[in-house]
Design a protein. Structure first.
Length: 180
């Protein structure tokens, strides 16, 4: 018997001072049985930190082989941003970078290990693709606070992230690396 995804609801207030984005979001994330809370949290943070008109979670979620975790489409339906989460393989990032005008990777894993898996691989415009990573203690503490219904306040200034998740307040830098 197949296990069903668990739906988590997030009411999010985003104040990204660095990009001038201020939004109130109501999001539903389906957590696949094979998905960790840390991965789901990273998907949520990637969505919020990349928020712009046309952003969506992929329809297949973590089980999708054709789409990234998060993507942005313009009004014509063309993909303009390909946002991977976790430790995607180089071929997916290469394909996404060629397809979209912009690509990025967000990870809750050790960034040195994620970058090492891309070494020597062909990735379109690798030097332009950022890898954003979050401190492991920050991710663990925030993931432990996730419930089925969540209230989140996320503020970003000078790439320092302040997160309040269900009354638990945390902060951490958003570290940026480049794939190439």
């Amino acid at each position: 018997m197949a296990l069903n995804a668990t739906v988590h609801n997030f009411t999010v207030q985003v104040a990204d001072v660095d990009r001038g984005v201020y939004e109130d979001l109501s999001l539903r994330l389906a957590r696949h049985p094979s998905e960790t809370a840390e991965f789901m949290l990273t998907r949520l943070l990637a969505y919020c930190l990349e928020y712009e008109e046309g952003i969506t979670f992929s329809e297949g979620g973590v089980s999708s082989t054709d789409e990234p975790a998060v993507l942005v489409r313009d009004l014509t339906g063309r993909v303009t941003a390909w946002i991977e989460v976790g430790a995607p393989d180089a071929e997916r990032v290469h394909r996404g970078s060629k397809l979209a005008g912009r690509a990025a990777v967000y990870t809750h894993r050790d960034p040195a290990k994620v970058l090492a898996q891309f070494a020597g691989k062909r990735i379109h415009r690798a030097e332009e693709i950022p890898l954003y990573s979050f401190d492991r203690a920050f991710v663990d503490a925030a993931a432990a606070a996730i419930e089925r219904r969540n209230t989140v306040t996320l503020s970003v200034t000078e790439r320092l992230m302040y997160l309040d998740l269900n009354g638990i307040s945390l902060s951490a830098p958003v570290e940026e690396h480049r794939l190439g």
